[in-house]
Design a protein around this ligand. Structure first.
Ligand code: ATP
Length: 456
Protein backbone atom coordinates (compact mmCIF):
# COMPACT_ATOMS: atom_id res chain seq x y z
CA UNK A 1 0.00 0.00 0.00
CA UNK A 2 2.83 2.40 0.88
CA UNK A 3 4.20 1.91 -2.63
CA UNK A 4 0.84 2.77 -4.20
CA UNK A 5 0.43 5.88 -2.04
CA UNK A 6 3.89 7.21 -2.84
CA UNK A 7 3.52 6.33 -6.51
CA UNK A 8 0.19 8.22 -6.64
CA UNK A 9 1.82 11.30 -5.18
CA UNK A 10 5.07 11.13 -7.15
CA UNK A 11 3.34 10.79 -10.50
CA UNK A 12 0.54 13.30 -9.91
CA UNK A 13 -2.37 10.93 -9.36
CA UNK A 14 -3.46 11.67 -5.78
CA UNK A 15 -2.36 14.33 -3.29
CA UNK A 16 -3.33 14.80 0.36
CA UNK A 17 -5.74 17.72 0.63
CA UNK A 18 -4.25 21.07 1.72
CA UNK A 19 -0.87 19.41 1.98
CA UNK A 20 1.09 22.62 2.50
CA UNK A 21 -0.98 23.14 5.65
CA UNK A 22 -0.18 19.67 6.93
CA UNK A 23 -3.05 17.95 5.15
CA UNK A 24 -6.72 17.56 6.10
CA UNK A 25 -7.71 14.19 7.52
CA UNK A 26 -9.42 11.77 5.14
CA UNK A 27 -9.73 14.22 2.24
CA UNK A 28 -7.72 13.86 -0.96
CA UNK A 29 -7.18 15.71 -4.22
CA UNK A 30 -6.76 14.10 -7.64
CA UNK A 31 -3.75 15.43 -9.55
CA UNK A 32 -3.23 15.97 -13.30
CA UNK A 33 -3.09 12.26 -14.19
CA UNK A 34 -5.48 11.24 -11.42
CA UNK A 35 -8.26 13.46 -12.69
CA UNK A 36 -7.94 11.88 -16.15
CA UNK A 37 -8.13 8.34 -14.76
CA UNK A 38 -11.01 9.23 -12.44
CA UNK A 39 -12.95 10.87 -15.27
CA UNK A 40 -12.34 7.84 -17.49
CA UNK A 41 -13.68 5.52 -14.77
CA UNK A 42 -16.75 7.68 -14.23
CA UNK A 43 -17.49 7.94 -17.92
CA UNK A 44 -17.00 4.17 -18.43
CA UNK A 45 -19.56 3.65 -15.65
CA UNK A 46 -22.02 6.21 -17.03
CA UNK A 47 -21.68 4.74 -20.50
CA UNK A 48 -22.21 1.20 -19.19
CA UNK A 49 -25.44 2.40 -17.62
CA UNK A 50 -27.01 5.10 -19.77
CA UNK A 51 -25.58 4.33 -23.20
CA UNK A 52 -25.73 0.55 -23.04
CA UNK A 53 -29.22 0.29 -21.52
CA UNK A 54 -32.11 1.87 -23.41
CA UNK A 55 -34.15 2.19 -20.22
CA UNK A 56 -31.63 3.99 -18.00
CA UNK A 57 -31.41 7.79 -17.91
CA UNK A 58 -28.95 10.11 -16.19
CA UNK A 59 -29.35 12.72 -13.48
CA UNK A 60 -27.23 15.29 -11.68
CA UNK A 61 -29.03 16.32 -8.51
CA UNK A 62 -27.72 18.95 -6.10
CA UNK A 63 -25.54 18.15 -3.10
CA UNK A 64 -27.85 20.17 -0.84
CA UNK A 65 -31.39 18.92 -0.39
CA UNK A 66 -34.39 19.72 1.76
CA UNK A 67 -33.51 18.61 5.33
CA UNK A 68 -36.65 16.47 5.45
CA UNK A 69 -35.13 14.18 2.80
CA UNK A 70 -32.67 12.94 5.43
CA UNK A 71 -35.40 12.41 7.99
CA UNK A 72 -37.46 10.40 5.51
CA UNK A 73 -34.44 8.33 4.49
CA UNK A 74 -33.66 7.50 8.11
CA UNK A 75 -30.26 9.19 8.04
CA UNK A 76 -30.97 11.79 10.74
CA UNK A 77 -32.07 9.09 13.16
CA UNK A 78 -30.10 6.08 12.05
CA UNK A 79 -27.14 6.83 9.79
CA UNK A 80 -24.66 6.04 12.50
CA UNK A 81 -21.67 3.79 12.94
CA UNK A 82 -20.92 2.10 16.28
CA UNK A 83 -17.92 3.87 17.76
CA UNK A 84 -15.73 2.59 20.56
CA UNK A 85 -12.69 4.19 22.14
CA UNK A 86 -9.52 2.42 23.22
CA UNK A 87 -9.05 3.39 26.87
CA UNK A 88 -5.30 3.06 26.64
CA UNK A 89 -4.38 5.10 23.54
CA UNK A 90 -7.67 7.03 23.20
CA UNK A 91 -8.13 6.22 19.53
CA UNK A 92 -11.62 5.66 18.16
CA UNK A 93 -12.62 2.68 16.11
CA UNK A 94 -15.63 1.26 14.32
CA UNK A 95 -16.75 -1.70 16.33
CA UNK A 96 -18.49 -3.43 13.41
CA UNK A 97 -15.24 -3.35 11.41
CA UNK A 98 -13.16 -4.67 14.31
CA UNK A 99 -15.62 -7.50 14.92
CA UNK A 100 -15.75 -8.40 11.22
CA UNK A 101 -11.96 -8.41 11.08
CA UNK A 102 -11.91 -10.83 13.99
CA UNK A 103 -14.25 -13.12 12.03
CA UNK A 104 -17.37 -12.22 14.04
CA UNK A 105 -20.52 -11.32 12.10
CA UNK A 106 -21.65 -7.73 12.78
CA UNK A 107 -23.04 -4.81 10.86
CA UNK A 108 -22.94 -1.03 11.25
CA UNK A 109 -26.72 -0.96 11.00
CA UNK A 110 -27.22 -2.90 14.26
CA UNK A 111 -28.44 -0.95 17.28
CA UNK A 112 -25.92 0.01 20.00
CA UNK A 113 -27.46 -2.65 22.30
CA UNK A 114 -27.24 -5.38 19.67
CA UNK A 115 -23.64 -4.72 18.78
CA UNK A 116 -22.53 -4.18 22.40
CA UNK A 117 -23.98 -7.59 23.26
CA UNK A 118 -21.82 -9.21 20.55
CA UNK A 119 -18.88 -7.11 21.79
CA UNK A 120 -19.32 -8.37 25.37
CA UNK A 121 -19.47 -11.97 24.20
CA UNK A 122 -16.22 -11.60 22.24
CA UNK A 123 -14.31 -9.06 24.27
CA UNK A 124 -11.16 -11.20 24.37
CA UNK A 125 -10.92 -11.30 20.59
CA UNK A 126 -10.96 -7.54 19.98
CA UNK A 127 -7.57 -5.85 20.02
CA UNK A 128 -6.76 -2.19 19.41
CA UNK A 129 -5.06 -2.07 15.98
CA UNK A 130 -2.75 0.68 17.24
CA UNK A 131 -1.67 -0.14 20.81
CA UNK A 132 -2.86 -3.78 21.02
CA UNK A 133 -4.83 -3.12 24.22
CA UNK A 134 -8.11 -4.96 24.89
CA UNK A 135 -9.66 -2.24 27.01
CA UNK A 136 -12.46 -0.36 25.24
CA UNK A 137 -15.44 1.84 26.08
CA UNK A 138 -18.93 0.59 25.22
CA UNK A 139 -19.86 1.42 21.64
CA UNK A 140 -21.98 4.49 20.96
CA UNK A 141 -23.69 5.24 17.67
CA UNK A 142 -22.04 8.16 15.89
CA UNK A 143 -24.04 9.95 13.19
CA UNK A 144 -22.18 10.28 9.90
CA UNK A 145 -24.17 13.11 8.31
CA UNK A 146 -22.12 16.26 7.69
CA UNK A 147 -23.94 19.45 8.68
CA UNK A 148 -23.72 22.91 7.17
CA UNK A 149 -25.24 26.28 7.94
CA UNK A 150 -26.49 26.89 4.41
CA UNK A 151 -29.39 29.34 4.44
CA UNK A 152 -29.01 29.95 8.18
CA UNK A 153 -28.12 33.63 8.37
CA UNK A 154 -27.87 33.80 12.14
CA UNK A 155 -24.85 33.09 14.31
CA UNK A 156 -26.53 30.04 15.80
CA UNK A 157 -24.86 27.11 14.05
CA UNK A 158 -27.14 24.52 15.63
CA UNK A 159 -30.28 26.07 14.13
CA UNK A 160 -31.95 24.45 11.12
CA UNK A 161 -29.16 22.10 10.13
CA UNK A 162 -28.84 21.47 6.44
CA UNK A 163 -26.80 18.44 5.43
CA UNK A 164 -24.29 17.72 2.73
CA UNK A 165 -25.72 14.61 1.16
CA UNK A 166 -24.58 11.35 2.72
CA UNK A 167 -25.36 9.40 -0.45
CA UNK A 168 -26.33 10.38 -3.96
CA UNK A 169 -29.33 8.05 -4.34
CA UNK A 170 -31.71 10.24 -2.32
CA UNK A 171 -31.49 12.76 -5.18
CA UNK A 172 -32.66 9.97 -7.48
CA UNK A 173 -35.61 8.94 -5.30
CA UNK A 174 -36.93 12.47 -4.91
CA UNK A 175 -36.74 12.98 -8.69
CA UNK A 176 -38.53 9.73 -9.52
CA UNK A 177 -41.75 11.50 -10.46
CA UNK A 178 -40.00 14.29 -12.37
CA UNK A 179 -38.17 11.76 -14.52
CA UNK A 180 -41.37 9.77 -15.14
CA UNK A 181 -43.28 12.92 -16.12
CA UNK A 182 -40.59 14.43 -18.33
CA UNK A 183 -39.30 11.42 -20.26
CA UNK A 184 -40.84 8.36 -21.88
CA UNK A 185 -39.47 5.82 -19.42
CA UNK A 186 -41.75 3.09 -18.10
CA UNK A 187 -41.16 0.60 -15.31
CA UNK A 188 -38.72 -1.16 -15.38
CA UNK A 189 -36.30 1.75 -15.75
CA UNK A 190 -33.22 3.12 -14.04
CA UNK A 191 -31.79 6.50 -13.08
CA UNK A 192 -28.00 6.79 -12.91
CA UNK A 193 -25.99 9.48 -11.21
CA UNK A 194 -22.36 10.22 -10.40
CA UNK A 195 -21.66 12.74 -7.68
CA UNK A 196 -20.10 13.73 -4.40
CA UNK A 197 -21.21 12.42 -1.03
CA UNK A 198 -19.97 13.36 2.44
CA UNK A 199 -19.68 11.32 5.62
CA UNK A 200 -18.11 12.03 8.97
CA UNK A 201 -16.18 8.77 8.86
CA UNK A 202 -14.61 7.80 12.16
CA UNK A 203 -11.73 5.67 11.06
CA UNK A 204 -10.33 6.90 7.83
CA UNK A 205 -6.81 5.61 7.53
CA UNK A 206 -6.77 3.72 4.28
CA UNK A 207 -5.83 6.40 1.76
CA UNK A 208 -8.67 7.00 -0.74
CA UNK A 209 -10.50 3.81 0.30
CA UNK A 210 -12.44 5.66 3.00
CA UNK A 211 -12.61 9.43 2.76
CA UNK A 212 -14.93 12.04 4.22
CA UNK A 213 -15.65 13.54 0.81
CA UNK A 214 -16.00 11.03 -2.00
CA UNK A 215 -17.82 10.28 -5.21
CA UNK A 216 -20.47 7.66 -5.75
CA UNK A 217 -21.71 6.10 -8.97
CA UNK A 218 -25.23 4.97 -8.21
CA UNK A 219 -28.00 3.52 -10.33
CA UNK A 220 -31.46 2.90 -8.92
CA UNK A 221 -33.59 0.51 -10.97
CA UNK A 222 -37.36 0.81 -10.49
CA UNK A 223 -39.18 -2.48 -10.99
CA UNK A 224 -42.54 -4.21 -10.60
CA UNK A 225 -42.71 -5.71 -7.10
CA UNK A 226 -42.83 -9.27 -8.40
CA UNK A 227 -39.77 -8.72 -10.64
CA UNK A 228 -37.47 -7.43 -7.92
CA UNK A 229 -35.47 -10.59 -7.25
CA UNK A 230 -35.22 -11.55 -10.94
CA UNK A 231 -33.86 -8.11 -11.85
CA UNK A 232 -31.63 -8.14 -8.79
CA UNK A 233 -29.87 -11.26 -10.03
CA UNK A 234 -29.44 -9.72 -13.49
CA UNK A 235 -27.86 -6.60 -11.99
CA UNK A 236 -25.52 -8.58 -9.78
CA UNK A 237 -24.11 -10.28 -12.85
CA UNK A 238 -23.85 -7.06 -14.84
CA UNK A 239 -22.04 -5.24 -12.05
CA UNK A 240 -19.42 -7.94 -11.62
CA UNK A 241 -18.86 -7.96 -15.38
CA UNK A 242 -18.25 -4.19 -15.30
CA UNK A 243 -15.12 -4.68 -13.18
CA UNK A 244 -13.91 -7.61 -15.28
CA UNK A 245 -14.28 -5.38 -18.36
CA UNK A 246 -12.06 -2.79 -16.67
CA UNK A 247 -9.30 -5.36 -16.49
CA UNK A 248 -9.72 -6.55 -12.90
CA UNK A 249 -8.87 -10.23 -12.50
CA UNK A 250 -11.66 -12.57 -11.47
CA UNK A 251 -9.70 -13.92 -8.53
CA UNK A 252 -9.42 -10.43 -7.07
CA UNK A 253 -13.20 -10.01 -6.90
CA UNK A 254 -15.67 -11.80 -4.68
CA UNK A 255 -19.22 -11.53 -3.36
CA UNK A 256 -19.99 -10.83 0.27
CA UNK A 257 -23.55 -11.54 1.38
CA UNK A 258 -25.02 -9.31 4.11
CA UNK A 259 -26.29 -11.53 6.90
CA UNK A 260 -27.77 -8.72 8.99
CA UNK A 261 -30.22 -7.03 6.66
CA UNK A 262 -32.11 -3.83 7.46
CA UNK A 263 -35.79 -4.72 7.90
CA UNK A 264 -36.98 -3.55 4.47
CA UNK A 265 -34.19 -5.10 2.38
CA UNK A 266 -34.77 -8.36 0.52
CA UNK A 267 -31.17 -9.17 -0.19
CA UNK A 268 -27.84 -7.37 -0.18
CA UNK A 269 -24.47 -8.36 -1.55
CA UNK A 270 -21.25 -6.40 -1.80
CA UNK A 271 -18.68 -6.80 -4.51
CA UNK A 272 -15.34 -6.93 -2.72
CA UNK A 273 -11.92 -6.30 -4.25
CA UNK A 274 -8.67 -7.71 -3.00
CA UNK A 275 -7.05 -4.38 -2.04
CA UNK A 276 -3.42 -4.37 -0.83
CA UNK A 277 -4.94 -4.52 2.70
CA UNK A 278 -7.28 -7.43 1.87
CA UNK A 279 -10.76 -8.00 0.45
CA UNK A 280 -12.99 -4.96 1.12
CA UNK A 281 -16.20 -3.50 -0.26
CA UNK A 282 -16.09 -1.89 -3.68
CA UNK A 283 -19.78 -1.74 -4.46
CA UNK A 284 -23.11 -2.64 -2.88
CA UNK A 285 -25.93 -4.28 -4.85
CA UNK A 286 -29.15 -4.20 -2.88
CA UNK A 287 -32.78 -5.25 -3.31
CA UNK A 288 -34.45 -2.48 -1.31
CA UNK A 289 -38.18 -3.26 -1.66
CA UNK A 290 -40.40 -0.17 -1.84
CA UNK A 291 -39.03 1.44 1.31
CA UNK A 292 -37.44 4.52 -0.28
CA UNK A 293 -40.39 5.72 -2.34
CA UNK A 294 -42.83 4.86 0.48
CA UNK A 295 -40.85 6.97 2.94
CA UNK A 296 -40.60 9.94 0.60
CA UNK A 297 -44.27 9.67 -0.19
CA UNK A 298 -45.09 9.72 3.52
CA UNK A 299 -42.79 12.62 4.43
CA UNK A 300 -43.50 14.80 1.39
CA UNK A 301 -47.22 14.09 1.19
CA UNK A 302 -46.81 13.46 -2.56
CA UNK A 303 -48.19 10.41 -4.25
CA UNK A 304 -45.26 8.41 -5.67
CA UNK A 305 -47.37 5.57 -7.06
CA UNK A 306 -46.82 4.27 -10.55
CA UNK A 307 -49.74 3.61 -12.85
CA UNK A 308 -48.91 0.77 -15.20
CA UNK A 309 -50.15 1.96 -18.61
CA UNK A 310 -50.79 -1.59 -19.81
CA UNK A 311 -52.48 -3.24 -16.86
CA UNK A 312 -53.83 -0.11 -15.13
CA UNK A 313 -52.34 -1.46 -11.92
CA UNK A 314 -51.16 1.06 -9.35
CA UNK A 315 -48.16 0.28 -7.17
CA UNK A 316 -45.06 1.77 -5.58
CA UNK A 317 -42.12 0.41 -7.57
CA UNK A 318 -39.48 -1.66 -5.82
CA UNK A 319 -35.84 -0.70 -6.18
CA UNK A 320 -32.70 -2.57 -7.13
CA UNK A 321 -29.76 -0.39 -6.19
CA UNK A 322 -26.21 -0.58 -7.48
CA UNK A 323 -23.91 1.71 -5.54
CA UNK A 324 -20.19 2.04 -6.25
CA UNK A 325 -17.48 4.42 -5.10
CA UNK A 326 -15.45 6.19 -7.78
CA UNK A 327 -12.44 6.59 -5.45
CA UNK A 328 -12.53 2.95 -4.40
CA UNK A 329 -12.74 1.87 -8.03
CA UNK A 330 -9.77 4.15 -8.77
CA UNK A 331 -7.77 2.52 -5.97
CA UNK A 332 -8.74 -0.97 -7.16
CA UNK A 333 -7.74 -0.16 -10.75
CA UNK A 334 -4.39 1.36 -9.74
CA UNK A 335 -3.63 -1.53 -7.34
CA UNK A 336 -4.45 -4.01 -10.09
CA UNK A 337 -2.41 -2.20 -12.75
CA UNK A 338 0.69 -1.26 -10.73
CA UNK A 339 3.50 -3.57 -11.78
CA UNK A 340 7.21 -3.68 -11.08
CA UNK A 341 9.08 -5.82 -13.60
CA UNK A 342 12.37 -6.36 -15.32
CA UNK A 343 12.50 -5.67 -19.04
CA UNK A 344 15.55 -5.36 -21.25
CA UNK A 345 17.73 -5.79 -18.15
CA UNK A 346 16.16 -2.80 -16.48
CA UNK A 347 13.64 -2.53 -13.67
CA UNK A 348 10.54 -0.66 -14.67
CA UNK A 349 7.33 0.43 -13.01
CA UNK A 350 4.44 0.09 -15.42
CA UNK A 351 0.78 0.84 -14.92
CA UNK A 352 -0.95 -1.83 -16.98
CA UNK A 353 -4.20 0.04 -17.38
CA UNK A 354 -6.72 -0.88 -20.05
CA UNK A 355 -6.16 1.64 -22.86
CA UNK A 356 -9.62 3.14 -22.42
CA UNK A 357 -8.79 4.17 -18.83
CA UNK A 358 -5.24 5.41 -19.41
CA UNK A 359 -4.83 9.12 -18.52
CA UNK A 360 -2.71 9.71 -21.62
CA UNK A 361 -3.41 7.61 -24.72
CA UNK A 362 -0.27 8.40 -26.69
CA UNK A 363 3.00 10.23 -26.16
CA UNK A 364 4.86 11.81 -29.08
CA UNK A 365 8.67 12.14 -29.01
CA UNK A 366 11.17 13.67 -31.41
CA UNK A 367 14.21 11.34 -31.31
CA UNK A 368 16.51 14.27 -30.56
CA UNK A 369 15.63 17.52 -28.86
CA UNK A 370 18.20 19.64 -30.67
CA UNK A 371 17.08 18.79 -34.22
CA UNK A 372 14.43 21.39 -35.13
CA UNK A 373 13.14 19.37 -38.09
CA UNK A 374 12.39 16.37 -35.82
CA UNK A 375 10.84 18.59 -33.15
CA UNK A 376 8.56 20.37 -35.61
CA UNK A 377 7.44 17.09 -37.21
CA UNK A 378 6.66 15.66 -33.76
CA UNK A 379 4.79 18.83 -32.81
CA UNK A 380 2.76 18.56 -36.00
CA UNK A 381 1.73 15.00 -35.07
CA UNK A 382 0.96 16.09 -31.51
CA UNK A 383 -1.26 18.95 -32.75
CA UNK A 384 -3.06 16.62 -35.13
CA UNK A 385 -4.01 14.26 -32.31
CA UNK A 386 -4.61 16.49 -29.31
CA UNK A 387 -8.21 17.40 -30.01
CA UNK A 388 -9.20 13.75 -30.37
CA UNK A 389 -7.47 12.17 -27.40
CA UNK A 390 -5.17 13.00 -24.50
CA UNK A 391 -1.65 13.25 -25.94
CA UNK A 392 1.61 14.26 -24.36
CA UNK A 393 4.65 15.75 -26.08
CA UNK A 394 8.01 14.94 -24.49
CA UNK A 395 11.49 15.82 -25.74
CA UNK A 396 13.25 15.68 -22.41
CA UNK A 397 16.01 13.10 -21.75
CA UNK A 398 16.94 10.01 -23.69
CA UNK A 399 14.27 7.89 -25.35
CA UNK A 400 14.57 5.13 -22.75
CA UNK A 401 13.81 7.57 -19.95
CA UNK A 402 10.87 8.97 -21.84
CA UNK A 403 9.46 5.46 -22.34
CA UNK A 404 9.81 4.74 -18.62
CA UNK A 405 7.98 7.94 -17.69
CA UNK A 406 5.07 7.00 -19.92
CA UNK A 407 5.09 3.37 -18.72
CA UNK A 408 4.70 4.58 -15.15
CA UNK A 409 1.57 6.58 -15.89
CA UNK A 410 0.14 3.80 -18.07
CA UNK A 411 0.38 5.40 -21.53
CA UNK A 412 -0.36 2.54 -23.95
CA UNK A 413 1.47 3.97 -26.98
CA UNK A 414 4.58 6.05 -27.67
CA UNK A 415 5.30 7.50 -31.09
CA UNK A 416 8.88 8.40 -32.02
CA UNK A 417 9.83 10.68 -34.90
CA UNK A 418 13.29 9.86 -36.29
CA UNK A 419 15.32 10.91 -39.31
CA UNK A 420 13.63 8.36 -41.55
CA UNK A 421 10.28 9.93 -40.66
CA UNK A 422 11.31 13.05 -42.57
CA UNK A 423 11.78 10.92 -45.69
CA UNK A 424 9.07 8.26 -45.48
CA UNK A 425 6.29 9.98 -43.44
CA UNK A 426 6.39 7.04 -41.02
CA UNK A 427 7.05 6.72 -37.30
CA UNK A 428 7.68 3.94 -34.81
CA UNK A 429 4.87 3.21 -32.43
CA UNK A 430 5.74 1.26 -29.31
CA UNK A 431 3.35 -0.84 -27.26
CA UNK A 432 3.61 -0.37 -23.49
CA UNK A 433 3.04 -4.03 -22.58
CA UNK A 434 4.70 -6.01 -25.36
CA UNK A 435 7.40 -3.38 -26.06
CA UNK A 436 6.87 -4.27 -29.71
CA UNK A 437 7.60 -1.46 -32.14
CA UNK A 438 5.63 -1.09 -35.34
CA UNK A 439 6.51 1.20 -38.18
CA UNK A 440 3.38 2.97 -39.40
CA UNK A 441 2.47 5.87 -41.66
CA UNK A 442 1.86 9.17 -39.86
CA UNK A 443 -1.54 9.39 -41.55
CA UNK A 444 -2.51 6.07 -39.94
CA UNK A 445 -1.61 6.90 -36.30
CA UNK A 446 -5.10 8.08 -35.37
CA UNK A 447 -6.86 4.99 -36.72
CA UNK A 448 -4.25 2.66 -35.25
CA UNK A 449 -4.77 4.07 -31.76
CA UNK A 450 -8.51 4.42 -32.05
CA UNK A 451 -8.88 0.80 -33.08
CA UNK A 452 -6.88 -0.22 -30.01
CA UNK A 453 -8.98 2.04 -27.80
CA UNK A 454 -12.16 0.42 -29.03
CA UNK A 455 -13.35 3.83 -30.13
CA UNK A 456 -13.33 3.23 -33.85
P1 ATP B 1 -18.43 0.83 4.29
O1 ATP B 1 -19.10 -0.37 4.92
O2 ATP B 1 -17.08 0.54 3.71
O3 ATP B 1 -18.45 2.06 5.17
P2 ATP B 1 -20.94 1.37 3.13
O4 ATP B 1 -21.55 0.02 3.14
O5 ATP B 1 -21.31 2.37 4.16
O6 ATP B 1 -19.34 1.24 3.05
P3 ATP B 1 -22.56 2.34 0.99
O7 ATP B 1 -23.32 3.28 1.85
O8 ATP B 1 -23.23 1.09 0.53
O9 ATP B 1 -21.17 2.00 1.68
O10 ATP B 1 -22.00 3.16 -0.24
C1 ATP B 1 -21.81 2.59 -1.51
C2 ATP B 1 -20.39 2.71 -2.00
O11 ATP B 1 -19.88 4.02 -1.81
C3 ATP B 1 -19.41 1.81 -1.26
O12 ATP B 1 -19.42 0.51 -1.79
C4 ATP B 1 -18.10 2.51 -1.51
O13 ATP B 1 -17.55 2.15 -2.77
C5 ATP B 1 -18.49 3.97 -1.54
N1 ATP B 1 -18.20 4.59 -0.25
C6 ATP B 1 -18.96 4.59 0.85
N2 ATP B 1 -18.37 5.27 1.84
C7 ATP B 1 -17.19 5.71 1.35
C8 ATP B 1 -16.13 6.49 1.88
N3 ATP B 1 -16.18 6.97 3.11
N4 ATP B 1 -15.06 6.75 1.10
C9 ATP B 1 -15.02 6.30 -0.17
N5 ATP B 1 -15.98 5.57 -0.73
C10 ATP B 1 -17.07 5.27 0.00
Amino acid sequence: MEKIISFCKRRGFVFASSEIYGGFAAVYDYGPYGVELLNNIKSAWFKSMVQENDNIVGLDSAIFMHPKVWEASGHVGGFADPLTECKKCNTRHRLDTMLEEAGISADEKMSAEEINKIFDDNIEKIICPLCKSKDFTKAKKFNLLVQSNLGNLTDDRTKDPVYLRGETCQGIYVNFKNVLDSTRVKVPFGIAQVGKAFRNEITARQFIFRTREFEQMEMQYFVKPEDEMKDYEIWREKRLQFYLDLGIKKENLRWHKHENLVFYAKEAYDIEYNFPFGFKELEGVHARGNYDLTQHSKFSGQDLDYLDPQTNERYIPHIVETSAGAGRTFLAIVSEAYTEEKVEDEERVVLKLPAKLAPIKVAVFPLLKNKPELVSKAKEIFDGLKLEMRVEFDDNGNIGKRYRRQDEIGTPFCVTVDFDSLEDESVTIRDRDTLKQDRIKISKIKDYIKSKLELA
